[in-house]
Ligand binder design. Structure first.
Ligand SMILES: Nc1nc2c(ncn2[C@@H]2O[C@H](COP(=O)(O)OP(=O)(O)OP(=O)(O)O)[C@@H](O)[C@H]2O)c(=O)[nH]1
Ligand SMILES: [Mg+2]
Length: 492
């Protein structure tokens, strides 16, 4: 009886938020303690051994706690509801996108014409982010997104459609009776939207609908469903654009066979080469593998002993040999030949674009956990897609550098839940309700950001804040509804 009630009504929001908060703050206390113990050991030579012993015990406590909190979601009776809610929300978003993208009469449809004005270098992942920016604006204003100047987007010599389904089956013509540059107004039939909008451009030229803002009508549901609602939302749009052509599905399947792809598997994305010149710092293979090991230790705690496996996606082909040599107990899946096509010289060739899509697809669709650097557009893409495929994968990653962000986002805010008195000049004071523009999590218990009340950019303890969910009214598609019967009794 209770199970059926839970299936119909779902968990209270405060329960879901609390459950996830205990999980993420278990991580935060561990970041804090392990980083502090590390500094202590470096400062006091005599204590090194004792601290190392403490660290081993703290790690064991941590894994056990993390496992227990994660298990709550399996035993609380709401897991069927979570899948049902996920299914219904994601189908609703897809149905709205299909509706907006497939008007019955293209000659009368309101359109958003998206043109890529490539003034500076922008790689594949960067271009995909700009591309879905257009789709967010089109969705929010209930217009059909049309790709303007397909060559500018450099998706392949055959355009986007060579690999993925067209954005529309009914409407690709950019013609219309009235035309204006963004923002224009509602009466205009065709709005030209040029991306990227220069950072210095007036505010009205930056459409407000770009993540991490959520649509007001769905935000409440996404907040209950998912630990990082903006990621889930972005994922739905990526899932829509990345619907593979049948020939692309064949390519993916052939790759899976050739690479002997198997689960469970942890996805590693290791971005090297040009990225290390000015955009990101070098992280050794060992730093990634530490978190892979943690993943498998947690599984072993659950009595699950599998072959340890990684999927390696990287633009540095020598890492395959390095991984096999240093971690002989691991099954290393992936293809150095694919990696070679990610070299700076080759990466804009058709084959390289196909190959980066293979890597993104396997990281997103088939890996159980991701370890990477979120400074890379490629990994953030894979992570957001992964989150579009299940109710809540917001804890299934480790980033060695940045926290998640949307390329071109206005800001991402934290809001303080607990007061804080700065302990040293590097820290900020917090009052409950303070909003902080996040710069990054330092993964040592502290984050850095700008407190919008005091305007100071300083550190603050991460556990004292939570993510602020910002919403705006988007088009709400009142006539697009779901036939809820599609979720069949047999799924119960
Ligand atoms: N095959 C493969 N290629 C990769 C991988 N990581 C990066 N690349 C290559 O590097 C390109 C991404 O780098 P950029 O061209 O700078 O694109 P970006 O969108 O700025 O992405 P980031 O620099 O990673 O933030 C991809 O298009 C690939 O060609 C990988 O894991 N596998
Ligand atoms: Mg780049």
């Amino acid at each position: 009886m209770m199970e059926k009630w839970k299936m119909l009504n779902g968990p209270p929001e405060r329960y879901e938020v609390l459950r996830r908060r205990i999980y993420s703050n278990t991580k935060e206390i561990w970041y804090y303690v392990s980083s502090s113990l590390g500094s202590l050991a470096n400062e006091i030579e005599d204590l090194k051994q004792k601290i190392s012993h403490m660290k081993t015990m703290v790690d064991e406590h941590y894994r056990s706690l993390l496992r227990d909190v994660a298990k709550l979601a399996d035993v609380d009776g709401y897991s069927q509801w979570r899948w049902k809610e996920f299914d219904s929300l994601s189908r609703l978003v897809e149905k709205r996108l299909l509706h907006a993208q497939n008007p019955p009469d293209c000659s009368k449809a309101k359109k958003l014409l998206c043109n890529f004005v490539n003034k500076h270098s922008c790689g594949y992942g960067c271009r995909v982010h700009h591309f879905i920016k257009c789709l967010f604006v089109a969705y929010a204003t209930e217009r059909t997104m049309i790709i303007d100047n397909p060559k500018n987007w450099k998706f392949t010599s055959g355009g986007w459609e060579k690999l993925f389904l067209p954005l529309s089956d009914t409407c690709t013509s950019k013609d219309g009776d009235t035309v204006s540059l963004w923002p224009g107004d509602e009466s205009i039939q065709v709005i030209n939207y040029n991306v990227p909008t220069p950072e210095y451009a007036p505010k009205r030229l930056h459409p407000p609908y770009i993540p991490v803002v959520l649509p007001e009508d769905l935000a409440g549901r996404i907040k209950v469903l998912h630990g990082d609602p903006a990621v889930w939302w972005i994922g739905q749009f990526l899932k829509y654009i990345f619907r593979p052509q049948p020939s692309t599905t064949i390519l993916f399947n052939e790759f899976a066979k050739r690479a002997h792809f198997q689960k469970p598997i942890v996805g590693l994305h290791i971005r090297r080469t040009d990225k290390l010149i000015s955009e990101a710092s070098l992280h050794k293979l060992e730093e990634y593998m530490y978190h892979v090991e943690e993943y498998y230790k947690l599984k072993e705690l659950n009595g699950e002993y599998d072959t340890k496996r990684i999927y390696l996606a990287t633009d540095e082909p020598t890492l395959f040999d390095e991984a096999r040599q240093k971690y002989p107990e691991y099954d290393v899946i992936g293809d150095p030949e694919i990696s070679k096509t990610g070299s700076v010289r080759k990466r804009e060739l058709d084959d390289s674009i196909i190959n980066i899509n293979i890597d993104i697809y396997f990281l997103a669709y088939h890996c159980d956990y991701l370890v990477c650097t979120f400074s890379s557009n490629v990994c953030r893409l894979a992570y957001a897609i992964m989150n579009s495929l299940q109710p809540d994968a917001s804890a299934k990653f480790t980033s060695l550098d940045d926290t998640f962000y949307f390329s071109g986002q206005v800001h991402r805010l934290n809001v303080a839940l607990i007061t804080h008195k700065a302990d040293n000049p590097d820290e900020m004071d917090l009052e409950v309700g303070d909003e902080i523009e996040v710069a990054g999590n330092h993964w040592d218990g502290y984050s850095k950001g700008t407190n919008l009340r005091t305007k100071k950019t300083l550190l603050y303890p991460t556990f004292k804040v939570t993510t602020k969910i910002e919403v705006l009214p988007f088009a709400s598609y009142p006539n697009i509804t779901l036939n809820t019967e599609t979720w069949k009794e047999e799924n119960l």
